[in-house]
Design a binder for this molecule. Sequence first.
Ligand code: ATP
Length: 200
Amino acid sequence: SPITIGLTGGIGSGKSTVASLFNRLGIESIDADDVAREVVMPGEQCLIDIENLFGKHILNVDGTLNRAKLREIVFSSSKQLAELEAITHPAIHQKIMEHISLMKGPYCLLVHPLLFEKEKNSLCKFTIAISLPRHQQLERSMGRDNNSAEQINRIMDTQMNDEERSSRADFILKNSGTPDELNVKVIKLHEKILEILDQK
Ligand code: ATP
């Protein structure tokens, strides 16, 4: 497996944007949010376990997971949330490891909104935090999705604040400027990482 570098940042900070800029430089990435969706697709053991735990009504008629219903259940019961996570977390972890083992290149990126919160930084040689003032996070998140300011604020409150995330990371990418400025920063960071890895 290549060396793994963690990429994190709050909602709307630019994780997907930064990952695709690295992809253009030939660096592969795996997004933990995508993996979380992948493990509950029809046919996956995880979905079978979820159905066994919560009953058939947790599925839609087409056999896919009824996410709204699941959210409703675990939102009101921390015990059931813990039971759900006991199923999903190991599966997500395993799938992330599988993906990473197939990647090529001098290093790869693990994109995770809760890299430090979920302690996935333990899988990473280095970590990158995208830093953005809260008001810009809110603006950009609202520009992209149909979420209300209230919903986004609520999500931001469940995530580590920008200062703490930045203080934990090895590298910081400030994304308060233009997309072009971000691209230049990513190219410079990529070169710096290659240099550091070469010296080891
Ligand atoms: P989430 O955690 O919600 O999945 P994310 O961290 O992956 O978000 P992106 O989707 O990459 O964030 O970016 C959020 C929005 O901000 C997108 O619409 C993106 O195009 C836009 N964006 C990213 N960087 C910039 C920038 N420097 N200037 C203007 N818009 C930007």
